[in-house]
Write a protein that binds this ligand. Structure first.
Ligand SMILES: [Zn+2]
Length: 636
C-alpha cells in the first residue's frame, strides 16, 4: 500500500515537470532544533541532567540518544518527501561534556543526526575562535552565518559562509545564517572576528541568492524570537525563519508556549512568513511543513514541535558512547581548581537567613564575570547554594555540589524601586528558611524581620565607583542574577515582569564560580557586612543554636513565637502548629503578573493545584489578585 502511494507521488511530480503550474506546489518539511546546550545526557523537568532513578520512572526528556531516534523516526516517516534538518545554534555550554570536551562531544553526536545546516550561536564562541575552529574541524555538515566576519588573522577565515544552497527534491533552497548582534559582549569571539548587524548581512546574503535565481529562502537565525518577529521575518524575500537563542517554545497545544507554531508574520513584500523555534535542551524537535507556490512564495505552513519524552526509546549505541565519554568527566570532578584558606560557609542555616560566605563568594564571582558589560549588582537566591566547601584544595566536584542546577547567568536592566521589591520578596519568608533569601554583591541593604512582609527592607545602597550611595528608585540598574530567578522562581516574579533587555543564557553558575576561584587563588572566605539585620532588641530572642558566623551577630535563625502565633490566628485553616513550624506552610506576597495557576506551578510543580491556594485564602477572584497582599501557601 505504502509502495503504491509513493509511486503515485512520483507520477505526480513527473507530471508537474511536464505540465507546469497545476502541480507546481512544492512541499518542504523542516525539522529543527536550537539551543541544544550540551544536553548530551537526558534532562529532567528542571532541565538538568536526569538521574538513573528519574530515567527508571520515565521522567526524562531529550538527550543525544533520544534526539537521534526522534530524528531517525521522523525521517523514516517522511521517506520520499523533501526534508531539511536544521540547527539554529548554541550547541555549546551547559553540561560537563562541554566543560570536558570543549565541543568535540557535541560535534560527534550532531554528526550522527546528519544535520543539513547549522547556524552559529553566541555560545559557540565561549572557548574563543579556537573552540569554534576545532568544532568546525569535526563536524560533517555545513555551518553558516552571514554576520560572523572573520578577519585575515582569524582561524575562521573563509570557513564560515553567509549562506548555502541545497538541492532538496530537485528544488534549490537557500539558507542564510546569523547570530545575535551582541555576541561580542556576551561571549568571546575575540579581536579577529567582527560580528556584523544581522539584518544588514542577511539582506545582502538574500540578495545574492536571488541573483543566483534562488526563490525559496530560509533564514536560520540565532537572534531570538522577538527579533525574528520584529525584524528578520520582514527582510525582503525571506520566506521562512527558523530561530533560536530565546529558547522559545512555540506550540499550538503546550500551555507554556510563547506563541503559535508557526507564528505568521507579514512581510512588506505582501506575503506571510512562518517563524518557528523549538524550545531548548533537546526537549523538542521542531516539525514544520511549508508549501511554496511555483514562484517560491509560501502558500501555507503548519506543524508543531515533537516532545521528546520517555516514549521515545534512546539509541543504545549512542548511550554506550555517552557512558564511555562520561568516564573522564568523573575525573574532571576530582580536578583541583583552587584553594581556600578556610572553610566557606554555604549552609542552609546561614545562606537563607543572612549574608553568608558562600553568598558573598558566588555573587562576587557573578558580578566579576559580567562587570565588563556594565553590570553593577548581583543577586542570587540563598536556596540555590547547596553546600559548604571545606578548607584546602577545592575540586570541580565540590563546586558542582554547591551549584548543581546547571543554572545560567542572567543579565538585565531593572529600576531601583523594583530591586527593593525583589529584596522584599527575598526576606519575606525568612521565618520559614525560604530559599529566596537574597545574597548580593555591589549592593548593601538592611532588613527588619519584626516588620510586616513587604516593608522589611531599608538602607539600600549601590556601589558607584568605589563608594556606596543610596539606591535611586527611579534609576535603571544593570543586574546579574540567575535564569531561575529571572523567570520568576522563588517568588522573584518582579524580575520576570519588570526586567528589560534580559539575557538568560550566560555561562553556567558553576563555571563562573570555578573560574573565579582559579583566578583568586588561594581564596580567603569572608563576609563584609553588605547585609545587615536590624534587630529590635526587645523583640529578637537570642539564638538558641549558637551561630558559627561571628559577623552575623544580630541574625537569628529561630522563628519568633509572636510571629508564628500571628500567622495561625490570621488563618482559620492554618495547619497545626507543629507542621507550620516545620515550614510546611509558607506565605507569598502577590506581585504584578502573579496568577494562582502560575504560583501553584512554581510552588508545587503543578498548576492544577491552584485551587489549594485559592481555598486557603478564601477563594479570591483569580483575575483580581491584589498586588502586595499576602497569600497563605499550604503544604502540597
Ligand atoms: Zn544564544
Amino acid at each position: 500500500m505504502i509502495k503504491h502511494l509513493r509511486t503515485g507521488l512520483m507520477t505526480a511530480s513527473i507530471l508537474a515537470l511536464s505540465t507546469g503550474a497545476a502541480f507546481a506546489d512544492y512541499e518542504l518539511n523542516i525539522l529543527h532544533i536550537n539551543d541544544f546546550h550540551s544536553r548530551i545526557e537526558s534532562i529532567n523537568k528542571f532541565d538538568s541532567t536526569c538521574t538513573a532513578e528519574e530515567e527508571g520512572k520515565n521522567e526524562c526528556f531529550g538527550g543525544a540518544a533520544r534526539l537521534k531516534v526522534a530524528i531517525d523516526q521522523k525521517r523514516q516517516e517522511l521517506t520520499g518527501k523533501n526534508v531539511l534538518l536544521l540547527n539554529a545554534g548554541d550547541n555549546f555550554q551547559g553540561s560537563l561534556f562541554f566543560t570536558t570536551y570543549k565541543g568535540a562531544a557535541e560535534a560527534e553526536f550532531l554528526n550522527l543526526m546528519k544535520f543539513d545546516a547549522m547556524t552559529i550561536g553566541n555560545h559557540e564562541f565561549d572557548e574563543g575562535e579556537d573552540g569554534l575552529a576545532t568544532f568546525l574541524d569535526k563536524v560533517t555538515f555545513p555551518v553558516i552565518s552571514s554576520n560572523v566576519l572573520a578577519g585575515y588573522k582569524s582561524k575562521l577565515i573563509d570557513r564560515i559562509k553567509p549562506s548555502l544552497v541545497l538541492d532538496v527534491g530537485g528544488q534549490k533552497i537557500g539558507i542564510v545564517g546569523a547570530v545575535t548582534n551582541d555576541t561580542a559582549e556576551i561571549s568571546s569571539p575575540g579581536d579577529n572576528v567582527l560580528i556584523g548587524i544581522d539584518v544588514d548581512t542577511i539582506t545582502t546574503a538574500v540578495q545574492d541568492l536571488k541573483k543566483q535565481g534562488i526563490d525559496k529562502i530560509v533564514a536560520l537565525t540565532h537572534v531570538g524570537y522577538p527579533r525574528d518577529l520584529a525584524v528578520i521575518a520582514k527582510i525582503p524575500d525571506v520566506d521562512v525563519v527558523v530561530g533560536g537563542h530565546s529558547h522559545s517554545l512555540l506550540s499550538n497545544t503546550a500551555e507554556k508556549a510563547e506563541g503559535p507554531y508557526p507564528t505568521m508574520v507579514d512581510n512588506p513584500g505582501g506575503y506571510k512568513v512562518p517563524v518557528v523555534q523549538a524550545g531548548s535542551y533537546s526537549k523538542y524537535l521542531g516539525d514544520l511543513v511549508v508549501t511554496f507556490d511555483d514562484s517560491g512564495v509560501v502558500k501555507s505552513a503548519k506543524g508543531d514541535p515533537i516532545l521528546i519524552d520517555s516514549k521515545i526509546k534512546p539509541d543504545q549505541a549512542v548511550l554506550a558512547r555517552i557512558k564511555e565519554l562520561a568516564k573522564p568527566i568523573e575525573e574532571l570532578k576530582t580536578k583541583i581548581i583552587g584553594k581556600t584558606d578556610a572553610p566557606i560557609d554555604g549552609s542552609r542555616e546561614s545562606c537563607r537567613a543572612r549574608e553568608c560566605q558562600m553568598g558573598d563568594l558566588v555573587t562576587d564571582a557573578m558580578l566579576d564575570r559580567v562587570k565588563g558589560q556594565g553590570v553593577t549588582i548581583a543577586i542570587t537566591n540563598g536556596g540555590g547554594l547547596r553546600a559548604s566547601i571545606d578548607a584546602g584544595d577545592v575540586s570541580m566536584g565540590e563546586v558542582i555540589t554547591v551549584l548543581p542546577f546547571q543554572n545560567t547567568l542572567s543579565t538585565f536592566q531593572i529600576k531601583g524601586a523594583d530591586i527593593v521589591a525583589a529584596l522584599e520578596n527575598g526576606v519575606s519568608q525568612i521565618e520559614e528558611g525560604g530559599g529566596r533569601f537574597p545574597q548580593v554583591a555591589g549592593l548593601k541593604f538592611a532588613f527588619d524581620r519584626s516588620k510586616p512582609v513587604g516593608s522589611r527592607i531599608s538602607n539600600v545602597e549601590v556601589k558607584e565607583g568605589e563608594a556606596f550611595v543610596a539606591l535611586d528608585p527611579a534609576k535603571a540598574y544593570n543586574v546579574v542574577s540567575n535564569n531561575y530567578m529571572r523567570n520568576g522562581g522563588d517568588g522573584y516574579s518582579i524580575f520576570k515582569t519588570k526586567a528589560e533587555n534580559a539575557y538568560d543564557y550566560g555561562p553556567g553558575l558553576e563555571t563562573v564560580l570555578a573560574d573565579y576561584l582559579a583566578a583568586h587563588n588561594p581564596y580567603r572566605p569572608m563576609t563584609d557586612g553588605r547585609i545587615t539585620e536590624i534587630a529590635a532588641a526587645t523583640e529578637i530572642k537570642p539564638s538558641a543554636q549558637a551561630s558559627t558566623d561571628t559577623t552575623a551577630q544580630t541574625a537569628t535563625p529561630d522563628v519568633k513565637p509572636a510571629e508564628q502565633t500571628k500567622t495561625e490566628t490570621a488563618t482559620p485553616e492554618a495547619k497545626p502548629a507543629a507542621e507550620a513550624a516545620a515550614g510546611a506552610e509558607t506565605k507569598h506576597v502577590i506581585a504584578k503578573g502573579d496568577t494562582l495557576w502560575g504560583l501553584a506551578k512554581a510552588i508545587y510543580g503543578n498548576g492544577e493545584l491552584w485551587k489549594t491556594i485559592a481555598a486557603a485564602n478564601g477563594n479570591p477572584v483569580p483575575e483580581k489578585l491584589e498586588i502586595g497582599k499576602e497569600l497563605q501557601i499550604p503544604a502540597k
